[in-house]
Design a protein around this ligand. Structure first.
Ligand code: ATP
Length: 428
């Protein structure tokens, strides 16, 4: 099998080492398919940018001369795919692979935006027009998906990469699609790039003219959450502050110390462990951190933009006085069982908030997280039946009682726990 990656080494000799094995295998397998096709196929966008930046890419964007749906038919049988869909409106075919790499196939196209923030009207076109619909110069480079791996760089993006510059393609770019405001910040933050003067001027103007108001809350939320998932969170938050994204979202502007602190919190292994285990949204946590000093009603107002459902809201937002009560309760709790009883009904999100945002009773909360919450009870229902307890409405309480006894006991075992329970219940 030919190795397409070899053909890319002329642009970056280290690409073999930089691209993940999965990405390389997928590219090589796609190349084999492209070889059998008449129409021209190009890699475009993020993956081409990343070849030159020397970064691994997670997605493969391809553009083809023909119909993306037809083309996808040749790809689908060759890969383990978890989901795929054709979007006629955009002439694009998205393939989500089980490996985590996604392939987007688009037909060469041009776009017309009828009004700011509208979804564009799309027409079949050629490579000479395709780039005009893209967001920034660095995302408008093409490499032919053939032996020659020819670079088509119509806007001299290589120069912008060299100068670490994000540059829009035309002055109405942010107006046409205000999500590009977020994309501009994403790339600037991620790669430590700056905006060229005109792009910065257009971005500031776009914010002053409130172009973001033409996108739905759902899109706004998605963009925000996507950006705060970036590795260089402190860059992203500083840029949000600089370009008044927080003002737009009614989120108080964080200080430099706040930015430093929240960026460190989300990197902590303890934070990541609980986040993963309980599927806590990093975006929600960052928002709650940023709005921590607002009143309950102000928080509710901010959260409206993020359209968090009622049930979810209850798990992340303390009711008025709720946090204070937990803190008081914890202050009076010393034994592990008391700490357990104070926190067992509290959502993992709120526990993380107590630990890292309110920063109260940290020692006790940590002991709950690391020593208590993972424990399982030694005593089972059948053990209780064996000692003569009836399965009545108190049964659950007895089990809980046993668990509390276990938590407070040194080297607990079944016999010792049951004997203590019997003593407390005055059973003989
Ligand atoms: P990432 O590395 O975050 O995935 P990406 O550039 O690969 O970034 P995608 O959203 O996958 O981002 O987009 C692929 C390509 O499609 C971009 O590189 C760009 O050329 C084009 N594109 C994506 N979104 C827009 C947009 N809002 N306006 C114009 N072009 C866009």
């Amino acid at each position: 099998m030919e190795n397409y990656i070899n053909y890319l080494t002329k642009y970056n000799p280290s690409i073999e080492k930089i691209f993940s094995r999965n990405l390389k295998e997928t590219l090589n397998a796609l190349y084999e398919i492209c070889k059998t096709k008449e129409e021209k196929v190009y890699l475009v966008g993020g993956i081409v940018r990343d070849i030159f930046l020397g970064k691994n890419s997670s997605d493969i964007d391809m553009v083809i001369e023909g119909n993306s749906q037809e083309f996808a038919k040749h790809i689908l049988p060759k890969f383990p795919v978890s989901k795929h869909r054709y979007t006629e409106r955009f002439l694009t075919y998205n393939i989500f692979m089980k490996s985590g790499t996604n392939i987007d196939i688009a037909s060469f196209r041009s776009e017309v935006y009828e009004y700011p923030g509208a979804l564009p009207t799309v027409k079949y076109s050629s490579i000479e027009n395709d780039y005009t619909r893209r967001d920034f110069t660095i995302n408008s480079m093409y490499v032919s998906f053939d032996k020659r791996a020819e670079l088509y760089d119509p806007l001299n993006a290589l120069e912008d990469i060299k100068n670490k510059t994000i540059r829009i393609i035309h002055d109405k770019s942010f107006e046409d699609d205000p999500t590009r405001i977020f994309r501009a910040i994403k790339f600037a933050g991620r790669y430590d790039f700056s905006f060229d003067d005109n792009t910065e001027r257009c971005l500031i103007e776009a914010m002053e003219k409130n172009f973001l108001s033409s996108i739905s809350n759902l899109r706004l939320k998605n963009e925000f959450y996507m950006l705060v998932s970036e590795k260089k969170l402190s860059n992203i938050l500083s840029l949000f502050r600089k370009y008044k994204i927080f003002d737009y979202l009614n989120i108080p502007n964080p200080s430099d110390e706040d930015i430093k602190e929240i960026s460190e919190i989300v990197k902590k292994s303890s934070f990541r462990k609980i986040k993963e285990k309980h599927k806590i949204s990093r975006g929600n946590f960052i928002i709650m951190y940023l709005i921590r000093n607002l009143s309950y009603n102000e928080k509710i107002e901010v959260l409206k933009t993020f359209e968090i459902g009622k049930k979810n809201l209850e798990t992340i937002l303390f009711e008025e006085g709720e946090a204070e009560n937990i803190i008081l309760d914890l202050r009076k709790s010393f034994k592990p069982s008391e700490i357990y009883l104070s926190l067992k009904h509290i959502s993992p999100f709120k526990i993380l908030s107590l630990l890292y945002i309110l920063k109260k009773n940290r020692k006790k909360i940590k002991s709950y997280i690391y020593e208590i919450s993972d424990k399982s009870g030694i005593i089972s229902g059948s053990d209780l039946i064996d000692i003569g307890l009836e399965q009545n409405s108190f049964f659950k309480n007895y089990l809980e009682k046993c668990f509390c006894i276990q938590l407070d006991m040194e080297n607990p075992d079944k016999k010792k726990i049951l004997s203590k329970l019997k003593k407390e219940l005055k059973l003989n």
